[in-house]
Design a protein around this ligand. Structure first.
Ligand code: ADP
Ligand code: MG
Length: 459
């Protein structure tokens, strides 16, 4: 029987042509059927079939004939992956073509289909909160999305983790697709770019690869630092890049740092990247974090209509959680889920308890000592005044400000804070926190003092 024969030919090839060649070229072959003197095999791409025929055709044919098959010719067909039930023949002895190898033939077969990454529905301009740290990046992204004559190419967005690079790129893609549905927008990570490239090398489909990348109107490559040090991928990226720029196609790139700072990136690529507009997303500040939290809390409130956040909770999170927006979002999601489960209003204490691990991890490491020193300085008091039992307003008010800041900026418990202020009770601290919260709303001077001190301590 031919399938058995094919099985024997395969094992023979496995020992004669070497493991790598076998895994690359023979293993993916699947015998479909044998009729009229022709043995038909499925292959992932046409190039793949040509290669196998040229290099191993004779040996395969000879092996089959030696095994007793009446075969005169081999035939290779590109077969899209199907479920086992739909397969034309029960040749289960051969592995099925892996979906990703089959996909690499698509640029040749279906020119309309682009192998990009899916876009996140939530990552639109509507949902992007703009503040000082990201306003330039946002404006540039908008401009690119709105099209018209290309003013800066490429647009290079860079910044730390979780600051909204991917969000802005998706927003550009959504907006372009909305405005110009026929535009071919390709968004993918640099890692995927490399993967496609390596696949096309492996399956000798470089022409397909090049044609596909050169056919897009807008190319967006996310996290380009990934290809640093990967020479041939960089090379191909550079050629793709140049070809598109020459055709006046828009390119948008992101990375975790500026082009000049990516080590292992070739100079010519760095300078090409610097030719366009390079904008960075700065670490978020308090105001931006609060704005983002407010906007996300509204969305969450839609999912959890019963949950209520006490006043000051969002402010607390904005103070205490690091600049990474992803962490901020995670904290908020957890709070809402927690509150809806336990059916309690989310107070500051609930928030602290529920997010203890996140708060610890993003602790700014402001110490109570520092707070006491800065506050004393600010109000022109001696350190001993802050810790003394004196209750005169001139001393008591600054002390309350310091307690408030200790609660806001450190993860120390109320009793611990009380102890550090000359051995006071935790109820005194609670009182201080409430008092300052109230005063902030009605007394501009206090509000300004607190804000100024907070900035100094967090700087
Ligand atoms: P990066 O790609 O820079 O690491 P992302 O774009 O993946 O960061 O952003 C991380 C998360 O934070 C995403 O869920 C994103 O929607 C959100 N995010 C970041 N910046 C903003 C912003 N300014 N407004 C709203 N959401 C934001
Ligand atoms: Mg990203």
């Amino acid at each position: 029987m031919t399938i058995d024969t094919w099985g024997r030919v395969r094992s023979e090839l496995a020992t004669t042509i070497g493991k790598d060649a076998f895994n690359n070229w023979i293993k993916p072959l699947e015998l479909i059927d044998e009729a009229g003197g022709v043995a038909r095999f499925s292959v992932p791409t046409n190039f793949f079939g040509d290669w196998v025929l040229r290099n191993y055709g004779d040996r395969i044919l000879q092996g089959l004939v030696d095994g007793g098959s009446r075969i005169e010719r081999l035939d290779f067909q590109v077969v899209k992956p199907t479920s086992p039930a739909e397969r034309p023949s029960p040749s289960t002895s051969a592995p099925q073509p892996r979906p990703e190898t089959s996909r690499s033939s698509q640029p040749r077969d279906a020119a309309a289909e682009l192998p990009g990454s899916p876009l996140d529905k939530r990552f639109t301009f509507d949902r992007f909160v703009v503040g000082k740290p990201n306003e330039l990046a946002h404006a540039a992204a908008r401009r690119v999305a709105e099209g018209g004559p290309v003013t800066f190419n490429p647009l290079f967005l860079y910044g730390g983790v979780g600051l909204g690079k991917t969000h802005l790129m998706h927003a550009i893609a959504w907006e372009i697709q909305k405005r110009t549905p026929q535009a071919r927008v390709l968004y993918l990570s640099a890692e995927q770019f490399m993967y496609r490239f390596v696949q096309s090398l492996r399956f000798k489909d470089m022409l397909g690869f090049k044609a596909m990348f050169r056919s897009v109107d807008v190319l967006m490559v996310d996290d380009v630092q990934f290809i640093a040090g990967k020479e041939s991928t960089q090379d191909e990226f550079f050629h793709t890049f140049n070809a598109l720029v020459d055709q006046h196609k828009q390119i948008v790139i992101s990375a975790d740092r500026a082009p000049g700072e990516i080590s292992g990136l070739e100079e010519r690529i760095k300078s090409r990247l610097q030719c366009g507009l390079v904008v960075d997303l700065h670490p978020t500040d308090y105001e931006l974090r609060l704005g983002i939290l407010q906007s996300k809390a509204e969305v969450q409130a839609g999912h959890y209509p019963d949950v209520r956040l006490a006043d000051g909770v969002l402010e607390f999170l904005a103070h205490r959680i690091s600049t990474n927006v992803r962490v901020l979002e995670g904290a908020l999601t957890r709070l809402f889920a927690f509150a809806s489960l336990v059916g309690r209003e989310v107070t500051l204490d609930v928030a602290q308890e529920c997010l203890a691990d996140i708060l610890r991890a993003s602790d700014r490491k402001v110490t109570i000592d520092e707070i006491i020193r800065k506050v004393a300085d600010h109000y022109n008091l001696r350190l001993s005044d802050m810790l003394s039992p004196r209750r005169a307003r001139a001393v008591a008010r600054p002390r309350q400000v310091a307690m408030f800041l200790s609660k806001m900026l450190t993860s120390k418990s109320l009793p611990e804070i009380g102890r550090r202020f000359g051995g006071r009770d935790h109820t005194t601290v609670i009182h201080a926190v409430r008092k300052i919260e109230e005063l902030k709303a009605v007394d501009n001077q206090i509000a300004e003092d607190v804000e100024l001190l907070r900035r100094m301590l967090e700087a």
